[in-house]
Ligand binder design. Structure first.
Ligand code: PEP
Length: 649
């Protein structure tokens, strides 16, 4: 068995590895959507599936490129922040489960030299890619198995911000990179590349990325690469891989740049892979007068992701690159390049872009995470404070103290009414400091209920039937008890258990029916003398609770009042000592806590019963776990009963 801690560490390491890889992979694809599109087309070609992009042409592959970049990036961000943990881990697993066999095929069949998973930023061999994917697949399996072990960096309520912000950000980057050009250029023709030196090295037989770079004059086919790259000073290259498909919306600006080059004597060449027919069509369309040269189409697409795009070389070094949407205008071209900004390499452009990325994406998310965590922390502190206050409040509140009388089968109706009236008057005159209940024979209930002020003295029955209604001659149902106006019922009294053979199962039914009819149950438990002498009292009371009331929900159990009555003390004149009673009351409370939790146990009223009198009540009721008494004999005289109630004065 893996320990939880180990699981958590493993999942979070794997999740971070996956997150970083997916973010990087999605980001480099998004900054160069055209490069990704070309790679997808290469794949389709290698698989013989070029017809797939057919209906939508390269737009289809471009759309797939953008979606792929966005999905990878967003899954990476979700894993990083642990957003939608189950979904994001499963998506990562699905992607790795598809990519790993694909790269196995690439490694074995080698139809494409570079898989392109990190665009041009990190070029891996097919075997390197396969091993990388095997590791990532294993990591994805670990994360998908225990997704909930991922530690969150942001709360659920703030996740939608990260989700939307990441999606909008990556689509904006892709859109801007398409409109302008890759915001981060990892190709060998990026601004700052020394083409002259690289090309010369290649000519000297050294390894170089410029093997396919050549410039041939169109009219006589002469290779003028050395002449173009060797030119001291500035050279403009208009790069249009395929003139037939080139965007001609900016032809005025292109012509303007050409005229500017003419004015200041800078060489200007058009480079294309298209044939003469396309060149002359372009000339007719745009009025272009600049010379056109032939260059390899793939190389031109690599040089600039724009058709057409403009390149400015100085001494063979790329110092400027513009897509057709971002060409220099007349204001940029109002002075010679030597004196203008255009003519100088701006060294910090990459640093500026990284800073922009940090400011626009990383910083807002970091700030959001910090704010979210701070908010969660203050919420936690507030909750702790509230809990502390409510615990204190509970302690202040204390459970209800009750003195309940059990008249048993004593007194006729007239005597009963007289006693009830007397008690009513006495306690109305002098309000008790505890709840007072009298439980009378069924026959008295309706009459007493008529005049008893139940805000001061609750009325209860001594029993009720274990059946709802029907042919049960002599029985009184819980519903009937309730209909008299009574609120309480004693259940499980030892005399009923002993003389009327009421089993725990019968009592369980009675409790359910009583509660169904909104009667508050005073549930009696207690051991016999033999059981006490055998030291089995705890066992007995526990079994009685388990047999009849521990089946109740917490909510229903909270409505029960427990009465502990040692059978050997009932009506015998023998009383449990206050210590004995407290000991077993504390035990009863502990098993309630075990079953329902400490809060429920703390709120449960547990009465003591068994020869309780005005003389011993104060000592008994002073014990912390004794919350009052169930009184038999001493409840039959108002003065005696009042004496016990006064123990709470
Ligand atoms: C009782 O029967 O519930 C009881 C406690 O009786 P006594 O007080 O008479 O012992």
């Amino acid at each position: 068995m893996i320990s939880d801690k180990l699981k958590r560490i493993a999942v979070n390491i794997c999740r971070l590895v996956l997150a970083v890889t997916f973010i990087l992979s999605g980001f480099v694809k998004a900054v160069d959507p055209l490069g990704t599109q070309y790679k997808i087309e290469d794949y389709l070609q290698a698989m013989g599936l070029t017809s797939l992009t057919g209906p939508m042409g390269s737009w289809g592959a471009l759309a797939v490129a953008v979606v792929l970049a966005a999905v990878e990036f967003c899954i990476g961000i979700f894993l990083l922040f642990a957003i939608r943990r189950r979904l994001s881990s499963r998506l990562a697993l699905v992607i790795m489960a598809v990519m790993t066999p694909l790269t196995l095929w690439l490694a074995l069949a080698n139809p494409i030299s570079d898989c392109g998973c990190f665009g041009d930023a990190i070029v891996l061999t097919n075997w390197q890619t396969l091993w990388k994917n095997v590791v990532l697949l294993a990591a994805a399996v670990v994360v998908a198995k225990w997704p909930l072990q991922m530690v969150r960096f942001i709360g659920e309520s703030s996740q939608w911000i990260v989700i939307n912000y990441s999606a909008v950000f990556i689509l904006a980057i892709a859109g801007w990179s398409l409109y302008d050009r890759p915001q981060f250029d990892f190709r060998p023709y990026h601004v700052g590349s020394d083409l002259r030196t690289g090309w010369n090295k290649m000519m000297d037989g050294e390894e170089s990325p410029y093997t396919d770079f050549f410039i041939e004059r169109m009219d006589d086919g002469e290779d003028i690469t050395e002449q173009v790259l060797g030119n001291e000073g500035y050279t403009f290259l208009l790069v249009a891989p395929y003139l037939e498909k080139a965007d001609d919306s900016q032809l005025d600006l292109i012509n303007q740049v050409y005229e500017y080059a003419q004015d200041y004597g800078y060489p200007f060449y058009g480079l294309t892979a298209s044939g003469e027919k396309a060149v002359s069509q372009w000339r007719d369309l745009t009025g272009a007068e600049y010379p056109f040269c032939q260059t390899d189409g793939t190389t031109l697409k690599t040089i600039i992701r724009s058709n057409p795009g403009l390149l400015l070389l100085k001494d063979g070094v790329v110092i400027g690159k513009w897509s057709h949407n971002m060409l220099p205008n007349e204001y940029d071209l109002d002075k010679p390049l030597e004196e203008s900004e255009l003519g100088h390499l701006s060294g910090d452009s990459v640093a500026r872009r990284i800073l922009a990325l940090l400011m626009w994406f990383v910083l807002p998310l970091v700030l959001l995470s910090i704010a979210d965590r701070l908010w969660a922390w203050t919420k936690w502190i507030r909750k702790r404070k509230d809990n502390y206050n409510s615990i204190n409040k509970k302690e202040e509140k204390m459970r209800k103290k009750i003195v309940a009388g059990n008249w048993k089968m004593n007194m006729n109706l007239q005597d009963g009414i007289a006693l009830a009236k007397e008690l009513n008057e006495t306690l109305k005159a002098e309000k008790p400091n505890c709840g007072v209940v009298i439980c009378t024979p069924f026959i008295h209930l309706a009459s007493i209920a008529q005049f008893l002020d139940q805000n001061i003295i609750g009325l209860g029955a001594e029993n009720c039937a274990d059946k709802e209604k029907g042919a049960f001659t002599g029985e009184v149902s819980a519903e009937m008890v309730k209909s008299t106006g009574a609120q309480y019922v004693i259940l499980g009294h030892s005399e009923r258990r002993e003389y009327y053979k009421e089993t725990p199962e019968i009592l369980k039914e009675k409790v359910l029916l009583a509660q169904k009819n909104d009667l508050k149950v005073i549930f009696c438990i207690g051991e016999s003398l033999a059981e006490r002498e055998a030291g089995k009292q705890n066992e007995v009371v526990k079994a009685e609770l388990e047999g009849s009331v521990f089946n109740l929900s917490e909510e229903d159990f909270r409505k029960i009042v427990i009465a502990y009555e040692p059978i050997w003390a009932i009506g015998t004149g023998k009383t449990a000592t206050a210590e004995q009673a407290e000991e077993i009351h504390a035990y009863i409370r502990s098993i309630i806590a075990e079953k329902y939790g400490q809060a429920v146990a703390d709120d449960t009223t547990i009465l003591y019963g068994g020869s309780c009198k005005a003389s011993n009540a104060p000592e008994l009721f002073a014990k912390p776990d004794i919350d009052g008494g169930l009184i038999g004999g001493a409840s039959l005289k108002a003065a005696d009963f009042k004496g016990i109630i006064d123990a709470f004065k």
